[in-house]
Write a protein that binds this ligand. Structure first.
Ligand SMILES: C[S@@+](CC[C@H](N)C(=O)[O-])C[C@H]1O[C@@H](n2cnc3c(N)ncnc32)[C@H](O)[C@@H]1O
Length: 219
């Protein structure tokens, strides 16, 4: 494998200074989230920017998000959807998602975000029952790791051919290669990473941004 340039120290500052396009609203949502003990669950600003670009690149109009937390990734993706676009945003927490709602409203994006509170597997199964298979352009998976495979199989059905799935935390802070780490979350991520490597239903890439993002493009 070719050598990688690691983004640390001054090089990381340079990348942020020259590539990050941020808004006051998004900064405020990040700051608002920082007061929570679980603030670290939020995706990074550069990841949000990347996901928004991917949404535009594939002309996404209908998207799914699994794992909303305080609404940062939903805000970033909804911004990139057309005026009549829709993001079905799944989470189990009323408390956390309520923090994001005023920001979605302020951005004029709340009409694009359809928040579904409840276990995401149930929400996805309901969409499939309602005949929504093949009708989505993009799916972002960023919730409980032990259900990632269940989210994958369901989202693969919900996406159109050429639709894009993105999984967050696939490098798991490096724990993915620590043989002593055998938690359910770690094992679930390892199993999914190995499964996708040989899955002929998708084209595959790793984006080593944040905690690692898998891109799976439905064939
Ligand atoms: C890593 S956070 C998501 C971060 C978010 N994408 C962002 O940009 O800030 C994971 C979220 O998944 C939610 N979650 C956990 N288990 C879930 C489940 N079974 N169904 C739906 N959401 C779940 C949690 O409530 C939490 O808000």
């Amino acid at each position: 494998m070719a050598k990688r340039t690691l983004l640390t120290g001054a090089l990381d500052d340079y990348a942020t200074a020259n590539w990050l396009r941020d808004s006051d609203l998004k900064k405020r949502l990040r700051e608002d989230t920082r007061r929570l003990p679980a603030f670290n669950m939020q995706i990074s600003a550069d990841q949000g920017q990347f996901m928004a670009l991917m949404a535009r690149a594939i002309g996404a109009k209908r998207a799914i998000e699994i794992g909303v937390f305080t609404g940062y990734s939903a805000l970033a993706v909804a911004e990139a959807l057309p005026a009549d676009g829709k993001l079905i945003a799944c989470d189990v927490s009323d408390e956390w998602t309520s923090i994001g709602k005023p920001y979605w409203r302020e951005a004029g994006l709340d009409h694009k975000i359809d928040l579904r509170i409840g276990p995401a597997l149930d929400t996805l199964d309901a969409l499939l029952r309602e005949g929504e298979a093949g009708k989505f352009d993009m799916a972002f998976i960023d919730a409980d790791k032990t259900n990632y495979d269940g989210y994958y199989e369901r989202c693969l059905k919900l996406l159109r051919t050429g639709g894009l799935m993105m999984f967050d935390n696939v490098l798991w802070g490096g724990r993915i290669v620590d043989p002593a780490n055998r938690t359910d979350d770690t094992e679930a991520l390892r199993a999914l990473n190995a499964k996708l490597h040989n899955d002929a239903r998708i084209d595959l890439a790793l984006v080593p941004l944040g905690d690692g993002i898998t891109l799976a493009l439905k064939r």
